[in-house]
Design a protein around this ligand. Structure first.
Ligand SMILES: NC(=O)c1ccc[n+]([C@@H]2O[C@H](COP(=O)([O-])OP(=O)(O)OC[C@H]3O[C@@H](n4cnc5c(N)ncnc54)[C@H](O)[C@@H]3O)[C@@H](O)[C@H]2O)c1
Length: 289
């Protein structure tokens, strides 16, 4: 199957939601040569999204990562607030609106009514069920998860999340597009936490429990994984970067779906309640101020 996969860029891409993730997704597809439309919620969000994409392209150019001038790439990007303006000929429409099922179902069903039958629809959700989101669509076979990582331009991985209804041909197309972006796809069956959150959060929670039990201090635990297992970053430092509140929300979701092993430790709850959210608040398991 890999041998037959066409590693080509989609010609026309729609991105719904131009926030941190959506702007990054728009940037990488446009840099790869696609014509990209970004849908935002209102005029001021349109301006902010356009600025985010322009800033991202400027940064990529500075780092020597753009094959063209940033203005040329930006010329392939249009940002607007009316979802009905999405191109009917889009090869792919990917949504990156906030992590609420109703919001995602709303934009996906509206997009489905605008685009052609051949358009692939995708969600960048980090935790919601692809099967449940897809159930709202007339054609769930064309729908899957494309879980990009933050920051999108620098992250190598995209989890391609397939539901039982997802057509194999659609998965194959998307895997080829991910590779055309210079990224690596891993195909994951729709299940809570996919591969990355499920394993990453479990390791983080156990590290927090070890800290609670006084097994070692934070730096010693992180050093153990960085030096002993060659993890690029220890589980506590990584939790600080992701945000303790974000990790807690994912742990609660996985606790309710996968069971006790994901029960959030008291120390994590206490720190979130005290506003110690990690790097963004200046303190988490480390002092970032
Ligand atoms: N931030 C991360 O590290 C990360 C990583 C992987 C996946 N995700 C997922 O990506 C999605 C987006 O996350 P984010 O961090 O970019 O959020 P964000 O808040 O930065 O961006 C969301 C954007 O969607 C826009 N929006 C809201 N409602 C809309 C609508 N009806 N139509 C069009 N645009 C609308 C908002 O104006 C905002 O710009 C979420 O599902 C999140 O779970 C986030």
């Amino acid at each position: 199957m890999d041998g037959e996969m066409a590693v080509t860029m989609p010609g026309v891409v729609g991105v719904i939601g131009g926030g941190r993730m959506g702007a990054g997704i728009a940037q990488v597809f446009a840099a790869g040569g696609a014509t990209v439309s970004v849908v935002e919620s209102d005029d001021s969000a349109v301006a902010a999204a356009r600025q985010r994409i322009a800033d991202g392209l400027a940064k990529a150019a500075e780092r020597g990562k753009l094959a063209e001038e940033p203005e040329v790439v930006l010329g392939r990007v249009t940002v607007f607030a009316d979802l009905a303006r999405l191109s009917p000929n889009a090869d792919l429409v990917v949504e990156a609106v906030p992590e609420r099922a109703e919001a995602k179902v709303d934009v996906l069903t509206r997009a489905e009514s605008v685009v052609s039958e051949n358009t692939v629809l995708a969600s960048n959700t980090s935790s919601l069920s692809i099967a449940e989101l897809g159930a709202a669509l007339r054609g769930p076979g064309r729908f899957l998860g494309m879980h990009f990582f933050n920051p999108v331009p620098a992250s190598k991985l995209v989890e391609v999340v397939t539901a039982p209804a997802t057509r194999e041909s659609v998965t194959g197309l998307v895997r080829g597009w991910v590779r055309a972006l210079g990224k690596t796809d891993v195909v994951v069956r729709d299940s809570p936490g996919f591969a990355t959150s499920r394993l990453g959060v479990l390791l983080g929670l156990e590290a927090i429990r070890m800290l609670e039990e006084g097994v070692a201090d934070a730096k010693a635990i992180d050093d153990a994984m960085e030096l002993g297992y060659r993890h690029p970053m220890g589980p506590l430092r990584s939790t600080d970067l992701v945000g303790l509140d974000v990790r807690l929300a994912i742990a609660e979701h996985l606790h309710s779906t996968l069971g006790e092993r994901f029960a959030p430790p008291k120390l994590l709850r206490d720190k979130v309640a005290a506003g110690e959210l990690g790097r963004k608040s200046g303190r988490g398991f480390y002092d970032w101020s």
